[in-house]
Design a binder for this molecule. Structure first.
Ligand SMILES: *Cc1c(COP(=O)(O)O)cnc(C)c1O
Length: 356
């Protein structure tokens, strides 16, 4: 039995995908009840009066080239959030199946599971070891009902990369039993290679990528799920038709061209430089107790007084993300790396906190 036949929800395996209007660009479209005229001022290339191709074929081909995979291994969606949602809906039977997460981590894995009615099991990262993956805890938490194991590397909000060998050991141990979903939203800012290169070896591995962070396209809502073709084919059956809007796919296709990609690479370098610079400065402030090393575009810090730090940042005009209620992140804040000028102003705002 194939991996998908064994793991997916039976109703989804039996489902016939929505039959959308045929896509034959050489013929004139009188088959989709579209409006024949463009809206005044519509500057899009394709015309917003027209439905896009069913599966953003050009977009998926471009993203596949960007990530070095075959188009059959990739499905584009509205951010990687859509990939998380599709996986949960395709693989978790409500009231029976579970997902496993390693907190503190990205909130959407648990939210998608709860919406679907799946249980959320936890194997916390090891705070005293730089928030490393606890392989023993993962093994102990696993049950036969776990269909998806979500791992985020570099992890949000802690910033550290997980040990890829540990991820591979887990994928090997779960072969045929569960999918290991590796969320690489911040991988461009780190030093470890993508796990995409390991997909051929581990058919139950799924990699999530996004254009929201390193590519500065969060507003375009575009991400990619990369996996074995049989997994991608299953998810194509349940993704809403025309999922990525035309303005988004056109913006992405316009952005992903050589000279602009050179700018992306320059800015990634700048973010890394600034991250290291502000990490060093923050670590010297009396108001800051810990700055964790980061391979992402943010820093997790522990401060002495959360309210004072948040208030000082707010007075200087900045919002920071408060993680102080998390079990493993007391007094912790997450700071996105800004422009050098923003970073200087934030540091200045946090500096007098201890000595008002
Ligand atoms: C920001 C982020 C994403 C990106 O979500 P999009 O829906 O692609 O914008 C995915 N995973 C993690 C861990 C993130 O922090």
């Amino acid at each position: 039995m194939s991996l998908v036949a064994r793991l997916a929800r039976p109703e989804i395996l039996a489902l016939e995908a929505y039959s959308h209007a045929a896509w034959e660009p050489t013929l004139e479209r009188l088959h989709a009840n579209e409006n024949p005229w463009r809206f005044p001022g519509d500057a899009s290339h394709a015309g917003l009066n027209r439905y896009p191709p069913p599966h953003s074929l050009e977009l998926e081909a471009r993203l596949a080239a960007l990530y070095g995979v075959k188009p059959a291994q990739l499905i584009a969606g509205r951010g990687s959030d859509e990939g998380i949602d599709l996986l949960t809906r395709a693989f978790c039977v409500s009231g029976r199946d579970s997902v496993l997460i390693c907190p503190p981590t990205f909130g959407m894995y648990g939210v998608a599971a709860r919406i679907q009615g799946a249980d959320v099991l936890e194997a916390p990262l090891m705070r005293n070891q730089g928030f490393a993956l606890d392989e023993t805890a993962v093994t102990l938490a696993l049950t036969p009902a776990v269909k998806l194991v979500f791992l985020c590397t570099p992890n949000n909000p802690t910033g550290n990369a997980l040990d890829h060998r540990a991820i591979e050991r887990l994928a090997g141990a779960l072969a045929g039993r569960a999918l290991v979903v590796v969320d690489e939203a911040y991988t461009e800012f780190g030093s470890a290679p993508s796990m995409i290169g390991r997909l051929d070896e581990y058919p139950n591995l799924v990699v999530l990528r996004t254009l929201s962070k390193a590519y500065a396209l969060a507003g375009a809502r575009c991400g990619a799920l990369i996996a074995a073709p049989e997994i991608v084919e299953l998810l194509r059956r349940i993704i809403p038709p025309y999922a990525v809007p035309v303005p988004s796919s056109e913006a992405v296709l316009t952005a992903l061209v050589a000279p602009r990609l050179a700018t992306v690479r320059e800015r990634i370098k700048l973010v890394r430089r600034e991250r290291e610079r502000i990490a060093q400065v923050l670590a010297t402030l009396p108001s800051v107790r810990t700055v964790w090393p980061s391979e992402a575009n943010f820093l997790l810090i522990e401060v002495r007084d959360v309210e004072r730090a948040l208030e000082a940042a707010r007075r200087a005009g900045f919002l920071l993300r408060d993680f102080s209620r998390g079990a493993l992140t007391p007094r912790c804040l997450r700071i996105s790396v800004g422009t050098p000028e923003q970073n200087d102003r934030l540091i200045a705002a946090l500096t007098p906190v201890a000595e008002p």
